[in-house]
Design a protein around this ligand. Structure first.
Ligand code: ADP
Ligand code: MG
Ligand code: MG
Length: 488
């Protein structure tokens, strides 16, 4: 077997007749159990396609999976204290906001909060830490043959961390496929995944903390929600397990038109008192069509509603903050226990500032000298914004030194390859056997204020898998597919 290939959990290739049969059934299973998405290219609110998925689960080393699960509570805590460290956020983002308009606007809201005072000190964090297995481990970072002894963090999301439904449902699709393939003995190695119930329980808990029995949970949504199943299943889960809690969905534009403050800074939208605001939009410039949407964001932030996330949590999730946290000696500002610090440090791959100073200039030169080693990232979310490998020099050279400070440079992770079938709407039948790489997302929930943490737990996971030839594997963005880990 060639190097860096993770062994499949089923014998490959699957004989053609069996492959066609099981793929046809699996597609139906997927769409009939809510693994659906609306088409971006052929949008129709009455239509739905199944979300691309990998037919059988991809292997993932059990030890590393468990280590990631165990670390999540510590990462939650880290992000909580980062989000509450005014000085750190201010210093870290100082250069970035001089050149990046969107981050500057977010920071402007944060400054306004600092000036006028926090109305609701309690925040709800629904975090997703995204990681990839790394084949270059050990002291000298050399690429090991058939050794996947570590994983590295790709990024940490603090706003609109999706796939709480699509994560668990991916496992169910593959469970069905394994059963149909007479591979039922493998099912015990598909880890439990309670992402949806865990995330919704945190929202319900925050709703309780807000303590208005007539209040609702407000989902802030995009003008068009392509990833509608993922969002709706959160809503259905809340309605089913916590039937006393109503869920209302509004865009930022609608919140601007229909929102106001009550006498005690309650958030009132379309006649509903809002206890909890859950953002599934608002993380990219395109979600703010005019000042109206920013006004809506201010209205929310300056209300008594518990926000997921607060503006400071949103800023704590920027790539710039991730890079700053990887700098030597920083973690002890937020975490006391040296063992925890060590455990966090181990997940960082090389992250470099591109600020207009000595270190930034060094990183700039390093990127030009060996671009294939790196990924260049701006302060954006939602996929499709990064620059990879050979494209980096031209992009960097077109910027002024000041402009570079709104980007960070990151070592490119080289994950091991797995083989499998990617099943997509309109894709070939039978699907072809392809080389794949995966990214695991671990969910965390945390509730607290600037002095204490009320609730902190890990809440399930999701796995996304893409072709080895693709730079990015966003499922909503179109390149990735749903998957779930098979623990080895
Ligand atoms: P976003 O917030 O837009 O999701 P990410 O940092 O997650 O930004 O980058 C998007 C995608 O790019 C990731 O899902 C991953 O597939 C790829 N990617 C990002 N950073 C790296 C890296 N350091 N090494 C390899 N791939 C990466
Ligand atoms: Mg990402
Ligand atoms: Mg992100």
């Amino acid at each position: 077997m060639p190097e860096h290939i993770l062994e499949s959990c089923v014998p490959l290739p699957i004989p053609e007749k069996e492959l066609i049969e099981v793929t046809v059934k699996a597609k139906d299973w997927a769409i009939m159990h809510g693994a659906g998405m609306r088409s971006k290219t052929d949008y129709n609110p009455d239509n739905m396609f199944f979300v691309p998925f990998i037919l059988t689960p991809s292997s993932f080393p059990r030890k590393e999976f468990n280590r990631a699960i165990k670390l999540q509570k510590i990462l939650n805590e880290l992000m909580h204290w980062v989000a509450h460290d005014v000085e750190f956020l201010r210093t870290t983002l100082a250069q970035t906001i001089k050149v990046d308009d969107f981050t500057a606007k977010l920071f402007g809201l944060y400054e306004a909060v600092l000036e006028k005072g926090v109305v609701q000190p309690i925040s709800l964090g629904l975090i997703r830490s995204d990681i990839m297995l790394e084949t270059r481990c050990g002291d000298n970072n050399e690429r090991k043959t058939k050794c996947y002894c570590c994983w590295k963090q790709v990024e940490i999301n603090t706003i609109a961390s999706g796939f709480g439904h699509l994560g668990p449902i991916s496992k169910e699709i593959q469970r069905y496929v394994l059963q149909e393939l007479d591979q039922g003995s493998k099912l015990k190695d598909l880890p439990e995944n309670n992402a949806l119930s865990g995330i919704c329980a945190a929202m319900a808990r925050a709703w309780e903390v807000a303590s208005n029995p007539a209040g609702v949970i407000l989902f802030v949504i995009e003008d068009v929600s392509y990833n509608i199943c993922d969002q709706r299943f959160h809503e259905f889960e809340i309605r089913e397990k916590h039937p006393h809690i109503k869920v209302v969905r509004k865009t930022l534009t609608q919140i601007f038109e229909q929102g106001s403050h009550g006498p005690n800074k309650e958030l009132i939208v379309d006649g509903n008192y809002v206890n909890v605001v859950y953002f599934r939009a608002g993380y990219e410039p395109g979600h703010y069509h005019s000042q109206n949407e920013w006004d809506a964001r201010y209205l929310i932030e300056f209300s008594k509603a518990i926000k997921c996330p607060t503006i400071n949590y949103h800023l704590a999730g920027t790539k710039k903050v991730q890079q700053a946290l990887a700098a030597p000696g920083i973690l002890k500002r937020f975490v006391n226990d040296p063992e925890k610090i060590q455990a966090i440090r181990e997940i960082f791959t090389g992250l470099y500032s591109l600020d207009d100073d000595e270190a930034g200039n060094e990183a700039y030169k390093m990127a030009l000298a060996d671009p294939e080693r790196f990924v260049l990232k701006p302060q954006r979310e939602g996929g499709g914004n990064n620059v990879y490998g050979k494209d980096i020099p031209a992009v960097l050279e077109a910027m002024t030194p000041t402009e570079r400070s709104s980007w960070i440079l990151m070592e490119r992770i080289q994950p091991p390859i797995s083989r499998g079938y990617m099943v997509r709407p309109g894709g070939p039948m039978p699907p072809t056997l392809v080389d794949l790489v995966s990214e695991l997302g671990i969910f965390g929930a945390i509730i607290g204020d600037n002095t204490m943490i009320i609730e902190n737990y890990q809440a399930g996971h999701m796995l996304r898998t893409k072709l080895t030839t693709a730079n990015e594997g966003g499922v909503a963005a179109g390149a990735g597919a749903l998957d779930s880990p098979y623990l080895t």
